[in-house]
Write a protein that binds this ligand. Structure first.
Ligand code: AMP
Length: 630
């Protein structure tokens, strides 16, 4: 517990950020102290602790060795392969050095990018830590993405090396990675010279000499390697993580080193109530920001044990999460509302089968937490359920109910109050003026963003400024692109996106990316993709497609299947629309703008709103018929 009221703690974080964050930074090891806590010289950019030398891997691994060498650092549980392996801090230190030496032997040095396209296996974590150990910049690409998505990320990050694996496994089915990677490398303009392949023995893979190197060989060669940490400036990028926006081109969120370490360390203590020596279980994937921050970095920075889980929430049965909690005496768990909605459909007795006495709370994020699911989880587990709201861009929660401060109680339906350093303000959509309590506004954050948030978009400062900071001219305000409402006590309620980004089972997808993929199908003339409410996944993507002339001898079913297969192959099954509806025209305004919101309203059974600008009423009238067809 922290010896202050949350109101005082928060106030200090925004009124005296330099003093507040300098104090928080004491929790991190610095090789050389910073010159300035916050460099404000180039708004809307902000540089935290510049001049300070540090290293993320040192802080996450090496510095714990004197006290925790024998403590479990990483516990790998795979219900896909039946493996359970625990790595102590000393063992993790060894494995990370082997991986770092392997990368070094392929020429990786400070500032080089390394793309990690891997399933949830320990080597993925070793690779992330090895990169930051060397001052190299990792870019983890979610294993569910297919070759076109992967190629776009390779071309943007231009990695020196890619680390991958033969295959992953999902719900007992082997998912080959290597052929998708080979295809991505074929499509890419900037393929790296070397690929490290971790061979799990799950799938055969074609070795391309001399490009592909087996990790088993490298591991033997570097088994005893000692690789010191490279001290980097606090502002040196630690990683790039791509996320979807409103255009088809993914944005490379760039994170710094020192600010991120300081923010994560604070978040673990203050928000999650995590203490050194405790066990943290985050069910996300390392391909997402939640996985970066709360599977890998925050628990390890805090000297905790982290669990890396490869599997689904319902195999071998829907009690698997709780079995893990009991077996490893998990203290904090972090999951997503979709996982709870999945579990809710199973026998409630499964929740009573295991001893959950070690578990202090369960945190849920990534998508809106609906009240019935929140209540169900709280009542069935008899534990606090803590919603928290943030984005890939911010790296750690913007809103939460901080467990370290018992004076803030959670409120059902709200992800909570502003976290330290975030000057959250709800603003009028057009003029940017703050809205009155209770009124709907855009969730905005006043400059400067706290440590840990994105520095820029990789290689594109202009896009960073244009995308996030230009909604209200003459104001230094970051837009989250979410709608919100705030009550008189400061609790915020999130009311959905202001843009065309959708959220499927906590996965953020840009409707434009899916549209671009479908448009590339040879039979497609035009397409609109919208997010539609879904009882299980929160939202689902529905595509409305106009086929090119000359498709008359192809059945609707065959066209739909072919489009679905095309999206699977290009973007990955994660982006496959749940429904593909064929229409002969799409509703647009007279100036040619697609009326996606009207389509979405009809799909959700709502009034489509103001249609005065609609060009062709017949196009809109087709939508209900298209939905009604099976
Ligand atoms: P991502 O960057 O993929 O984590 O997606 C971030 C977006 O997910 C946010 O901008 C919100 O739209 C949504 N989101 C994340 N957490 C929550 C939450 N607790 N409640 C409501 N929406 C959320």
């Amino acid at each position: 517990m922290i010896d202050a009221s949350y109101a005082d703690f928060y106030r200090r974080s925004v009124d005296s950020p330099e003093a507040f964050w300098a104090e928080q930074a004491q929790a991190i090891d610095w090789k050389k102290p910073w010159n300035s806590v916050l460099d404000r010289s180039r708004p809307p950019f902000s540089a935290w602790f510049s001049g300070g030398l540090t290293n993320l891997c040192h802080n996450a691994v090496d510095r714990h060795l004197p006290e925790r060498a024998g403590q479990a650092a990483l516990v790998y549980v795979s219900t896909e392969t039946g493996q359970e392996v625990s790595y102590s801090y000393a063992e993790l230190h060894r494995e990370v050095q082997i991986m770092a030496a392997s990368l070094q032997s392929l020429g990786v040095t400070q500032g080089d990018r390394v793309l990690i396209y891997m399933p949830m296996i320990p080597e993925a974590v070793f690779a992330m830590l090895a990169c930051v150990r060397l001052g190299a910049v990792h870019s983890v690409v979610f294993g569910g993405f297919a070759s076109v998505s992967l190629a776009a990320r390779i071309d943007d990050a231009q990695p020196k090396v890619i680390v991958s694996a033969d295959a992953g496994s999902r719900a007992g089915k082997v998912v080959s990675y290597k052929p998708l990677l080979d295809e991505a490398l074929r499509l890419s303009q900037h393929p790296p010279e070397q690929v490290i392949v971790v061979d799990r023995g799950l799938a055969d893979w074609a070795r391309q000499q001399p490009r592909d190197v087996s990790y088993a060989d490298l591991r033997t060669r570097h088994a005893r390697a000692e690789v010191p940490c490279v001290w980097v400036d606090s502002t040196h990028p630690s990683y790039i993580l791509y996320t979807s926006g409103t255009t088809g081109k993914p944005k490379g969120v760039q994170r710094d080193t020192g600010g991120y370490a300081v923010a994560l360390q604070l978040s673990m203590r203050v928000i999650f109530g995590g203490q050194p020596g405790e066990t943290f279980f985050c069910t996300s994937d390392i391909g997402w920001v939640v996985g970066h921050s709360y599977i890998v970095y925050a628990p390890l920075l805090s000297g905790m044990t982290t669990i890396l889980y490869e599997g689904t929430p319902i195999r071998p049965d829907a009690a698997v999460f709780w079995r893990i909690v009991e077996q490893y005496r998990v203290n904090q768990m972090f999951s997503a509302p979709t996982a709870m909605r999945v579990l809710k459909r199973h026998d409630p007795a499964l929740l009573q089968r295991h001893d959950l006495s070690s578990l202090r709370a369960i945190f849920l994020a990534g998508e809106p937490l609906d009240e019935p699911t929140g209540r169900w989880a709280a009542e069935s587990l008899n534990k606090p359920v803590i919603d928290n709201y943030w984005q890939t861009e911010t790296g750690w929660p913007i809103l939460a109910t901080p467990l370290g401060f018992p004076d803030v109680a959670s409120r059902m339906g709200s992800p909570g109050v502003s976290m330290p350093g975030y000057k959250v303000c709800l603003r009028n959509e057009t003029d940017g003026e703050p809205v009155a309590p209770g009124e709907k506004g855009v969730v905005a954050i006043d400059w400067p963003l706290p440590p840990g948030c994105l520095q820029t978009i990789w290689g594109d400062d202009a896009r960073f400024v244009d995308t996030y900071w230009s909604t209200y001219p003459n104001r230094q305000v970051y837009s989250t692109f979410d709608w919100g409402r705030q009550d008189a006590d400061g609790y915020l309620y999130i009311l959905g996106r202001t843009d065309d980004v959708i959220n499927v089972a906590g996965h953020r997808l840009g409707t434009r990316e899916i549209e671009e993929s479908i448009s590339a199908h040879p039979a497609v003339a035009e397409v609109a993709v919208v997010g539609v409410q879904d009882a299980l996944k929160g939202q689902a993507a529905w595509a409305f497609v106009v086929l090119r002339p000359g498709q008359d001898n192809v059945t609707a079913q065959a066209s739909q299947a072919s489009i679905a297969a095309h999206v699977d192959a290009q973007l990955g099954a994660v982006a496959r629309p749940q429904r593909i509806c064929l229409v002969t025209a799409l509703p647009k305004t007279r100036s040619g703008k697609m009326l996606r919101r009207a389509i979405q309203a009809i799909c959700e059974g709502r009034d489509p709103g103001d249609l005065t600008t609609l060009e062709d009423p017949l196009a809109l009238q087709q939508i209900p018929d298209a939905i009604a067809r099976p």
